[in-house]
Design a protein around this ligand. Structure first.
Ligand SMILES: Nc1nc2c(c(=O)[nH]1)N[C@H]1C(S)=C(S)[C@@H](COP(=O)(O)OP(=O)(O)OC[C@H]3O[C@@H](n4cnc5c(=O)[nH]c(N)nc54)[C@H](O)[C@@H]3O)O[C@H]1N2
Ligand SMILES: Nc1nc2c(c(=O)[nH]1)N[C@H]1C(S)=C(S)[C@@H](COP(=O)(O)OP(=O)(O)OC[C@H]3O[C@@H](n4cnc5c(=O)[nH]c(N)nc54)[C@H](O)[C@@H]3O)O[C@H]1N2
Ligand code: SF4
Ligand SMILES: [Mo]
Length: 769
């Protein structure tokens, strides 16, 4: 029997290790999906330090989605109302590079935009940055991480002087108090939650606090669930800070030695007395006191957060307010403690390392910093001044850019903006105005393919090698173990080929993904995310590695045996040295030296500003949106897995019984949900799991999977001024009951003839301009 192949689950940022085996393993029946197609089998990898053999339903079923409805060949059309025709790679890439040249000369490089994804490998991210920011000289590269992690990035940078979650998953096993705010960890980061829950169950003293307007599966097992009103997180956090200060839990030595700006912060929290805070948040004073007590009395406090914090018009301030609590109690840089942002996508972290947002450069650098630009220009062999000092367009700025006619070419890869962007009607209208859209995808169709002029088939996970970094800064190699279907190619290979066609031949000639990686890590040398000690080979033989991992300090000395275990080879150097340096990589800031000029962390003094679009008489309810355990985003993969599809009947809206009675809606009755921007329809799910005056809809059902059930038809693009991350978690809506039958609605024009579950490449996507 052959050994299983070790890789990483390509769904969420937990980054679980997978053991995958071919469909046919000798002595066993061939593994097939329900349709009878032989498929690889995925299991948890016990040797992976992050997940220790565990997986959730998404990871366990990933192989069933890989072969269905794939985009197999490049396709092209002159205008969006024509059908696609199959073309060769040569024709497609010739067309793309010609168009780039034309736009550069007629409109300038800043009329070119690329919108990428936390589902890229680090190698894909890197080559895209080199092409866009380096050789084309425009910073118009942004990723869907703008909708996801950018508030966490901005918060870390402002408070600590650099990005990078300081904690690790081993902290889950040793903390005394877990403070989960704006995260439905049980459904969205299940294996992180499993580890935490096991520890929580085993140790009576361990407290679990959950802050969420919904009683999620995460909140159900909490010792304390604070069901705050949406948008009152800063009130709560400042309220807890007030109590910590006045109940004697301040670590004044830590504050004096390792922080700045405490006085300004202390002045702000004076306004957050318990009675005021309890009222604003809609919780009891006792619960607020309990939260502060749990925090203050625990030796080790680990806070975790995700989209309930980041997706907010005050997202960065929320992140910094969480960090404030850690700084005032000295809860950082030690086991079981620290502010831990849970990353959404499998390689959102790698994206940050490679500079994959429109204000970043590789190696945790910033386009605004002249020295950073000079370092990268020199490394890439560019003329000084070639990298623009101005941050490029964010995802939403690309939409407004198309509205203004300022975008000549939009290149979308590994994301499905026709479902996931805010204010979807506006987004779709803008996409219709794009004069030339390239869409690089693994599947066909997706909702976004209707807006493309050129479709480029991408090899996805399992079909091309690359690396990904998970939430605890651990890099795992994802080897290729399947042949890409049709003519699909790796994303970075496509970027590099276009670059060469544009005349940048030598800088974009790579000898494989390992070569791209080796070049990229040189740009992390001496940076907070130093990965110069990591190579594809080392990951292959030694297994996943956390950064910082500095070349020379720790070259690695473990190999894998046939049994998949690890042992020290005979030529081993000092194992103590290895473990010391690997140990040092587990947690950041153990020496309390932060990446600010004076080494001190910074307190932030922020008042609560509340929601960007608060409810009013016309739109009296707050709509919040989010995820379900089984589905992944826009369902391109999970919608094609039988087991997962059977878990959910379809989209729905959660509403409190009191509100349901007030508007006269019964369980299963249809509700028209209207915001200032759009309309969607859902059957009602009446539940006390949501606070009154608030409703919840899942984000997973785009136009291909349901009729008018798009969460983002309703949301708005108002964003945090620091992170520019839109407030996808809240908008004001009205609710209108429309009976028990799904009301007849006008078909969504681009998809009249497409059923997502039975498609072939001959399907055209007629679209009226
Ligand atoms: N099953 C599954 N897992 C996933 C994903 C998936 O699609 N499916 N996607 C991955 C990605 S990319 C991401 S970003 C993560 C997201 O992971 P999470 O952030 O955990 O998921 P969400 O459901 O988007 O939102 C979390 C919670 O925020 C709450 N919330 C809403 N408004 C507020 C508020 O004002 N304050 C507070 N405190 N909470 C609020 C919501 O009620 C919701 O329960 O999940 C990752 N994991
Ligand atoms: N209302 C609302 N909207 C939201 C959110 C929310 O909470 N509420 N969350 C936001 C967040 S946090 C996120 S991360 C986004 C996610 O939103 P999207 O990024 O739009 O969602 P996905 O379905 O993950 O899209 C990824 C696409 O990449 C394709 N793909 C997979 N692998 C590869 C590959 O290797 N190469 C290429 N080229 N393509 C590949 C998949 O087929 C899929 O179509 O949604 C955002 N939108
Ligand atoms: S928890 Fe995340 S990384 Fe782990 S198996 Fe599930 S989806 Fe994959
Ligand atoms: Mo995300």
């Amino acid at each position: 029997m052959t050994n299983p192949i070790k890789t990483l689950c390509p769904y969420c940022g937990v980054g679980c290790g997978l053991d995958v085996s071919p469909p046919a393993v000798s002595g066993k029946p061939i593994n097939r999906d329900k349709q009878g197609t032989p498929v690889w089998q995925a299991r948890g990898d016990r040797a992976h330090p992050s997940s220790q053999g565990m997986v959730c339903v998404k990871g366990a079923t990933i192989t069933e989605a890989l072969h269905k409805d794939r985009l197999l060949h490049p396709m092209m059309r002159e205008s969006l109302d024509e059908p696609f025709r199959r073309v060769s790679w040569d024709e497609a890439l010739g067309r793309v590079s010609d168009r780039i040249q034309t736009v550069r000369t007629t409109q300038g490089a800043d009329a070119i935009c690329m919108y990428g994804s936390g589902q890229f490998n680090t190698e894909d991210y890197y080559v895209a940055q080199k092409l866009m920011k380096g050789f084309l000289g425009t910073n118009n590269f942004d990723a869907n991480s703008r909708l996801c992690m950018s508030s966490a990035v901005a918060g870390y940078v402002q408070s600590f002087g650099a990005d990078g979650p300081p904690c690790c998953y081993d902290d889950l096993d040793v903390t005394d108090c877990a403070f989960l705010i704006g995260t439905n960890t049980a459904e969205c980061h299940p294996i992180v939650f499993n580890r935490l829950r096991k520890h929580h169950k085993q140790h009576k003293h361990v407290k679990l606090i959950v802050v969420d307007p919904r009683k999620t599966q995460t909140a159900e097992v909490a010792d304390l669930h604070l069901a705050i009103k949406p948008g009152t997180d800063i009130d709560l956090l400042n309220g807890i800070a007030y109590l910590l200060l006045y109940r004697g839990y301040l670590d004044s030595v830590f504050v004096a030695k390792h922080t700045n700006h405490f006085t300004a912060f202390a002045e702000v929290i004076e306004d957050y007395k318990p009675d005021v805070v309890a009222k604003r948040c809609g919780i009891s004073i006792e619960d607020l006191e309990t939260a502060a007590q749990y925090w203050g009395k625990s030796k080790r406090v680990l806070s975790m957060w995700s989209m309930g914090i980041n997706q907010s018009s005050e997202g960065t301030a929320k992140v910094r307010s969480i960090i404030n609590l850690h700084l005032m109690t000295g809860q950082i840089g030690k086991p079981g403690a620290g502010p831990f942002s849970l990353t959404g996508q499998p390689n959102a972290m790698g994206g940050r390392e490679a500079g994959g947002l429109s204000h970043l450069l590789p190696g945790y650098r910033s386009v605004k910093n002249p020295q950073h630009r000079a370092e990268v220009e020199q490394f890439w062999g560019l003329e000084p001044g070639q990298i623009s000092p101005a941050p490029g367009r964010t995802a939403w700025d690309m939409i407004t850019g198309m509205e203004e006619g300022a975008v000549g070419l939009l290149w979308i890869a590994a994301t499905n903006p026709a479902v996931s962007m805010p204010d979807l009607e506006r987004t779709k209208r803008a996409l219709l105005r794009s004069p030339f859209t390239v869409y690089q995808e693994a599947y066909y169709p997706t909702e976004t393919s209707a807006y493309a002029h050129v479709l480029l088939p991408a090899a996805q996970w399992s079909e091309a090698p690359g690396t990904m970094t998970n939430s605890e800064r651990r890099v795992t190699l994802c080897p290729q173990f399947r042949t890409p279907p049709g003519e699909a190619r790796a994303d970075w290979v496509i970027f590099a080929e276009v670059a060469r066609r544009l005349g940048f031949s030598k800088p974009f000639t790579f000898n494989g993904a390992a070569d791209v990686h080796a070049e990229f890590v040189q740009l992390t040398r001496g940076r907070p995310c130093d990965m110069t000690g990591i190579t594809h080979d080392r990951l292959r033989y030694e297994g996943p590695l956390q950064w910082p991992c500095v070349q020379g300090e720790d070259e690695g000395n473990i190999v894998q045996t046939e049994k998949g275990r690890f042992r020290f080879p005979s030529f081993m150097r000092n194992p103590q040295k290895l473990s010391a340096s690997r140990l040092a990589a587990k947690r950041l800031y153990t020496d309390y030296q932060f990446h600010t000029p004076d080494g001190r962390a910074r307190f932030a003094a922020h008042h609560s500003r509340g929601l960007a679009e608060p409810p009013d008489d016309r739109y009296p309810y707050v709509l919040t949106t989010g995820r379900l355990y089984g589905h992944w985003h826009t369902q391109t993969r999970t919608g094609r897995v039988d087991k997962i599809r059977q878990m959910y009947d379809g989209p729905f809206i959660e509403i409190h019984p009191r509100d349901a009675a007030a508007i006269g809606i019964k369980e299963g009755g249809w509700l028209d949900v209207r915001s200032r921007r759009g309309i969607a329809r859902f059957p009602a799910k009446i539940t006390t799991a949501i606070v009154p005056q608030t409703v919840f809809v899942p984000m997973h059902w785009g136009a291909l999977w349901a009729n008018k059930a798009e969460a983002n038809a309703l949301t708005h693009p108002e964003a945090c001024p620091d992170s520019l991350q839109p407030e996808l978690k809240a908008c004001a809506v009205q609710l209108i009951p429309v009976g028990f039958e799904m009301p007849a609605i006008e078909a969504d024009a681009p998809f009249e003839n497409i059923s997502a579950r039975s498609t072939s490449l001959s399907v055209s996507t007629p679209l009226k301009k």
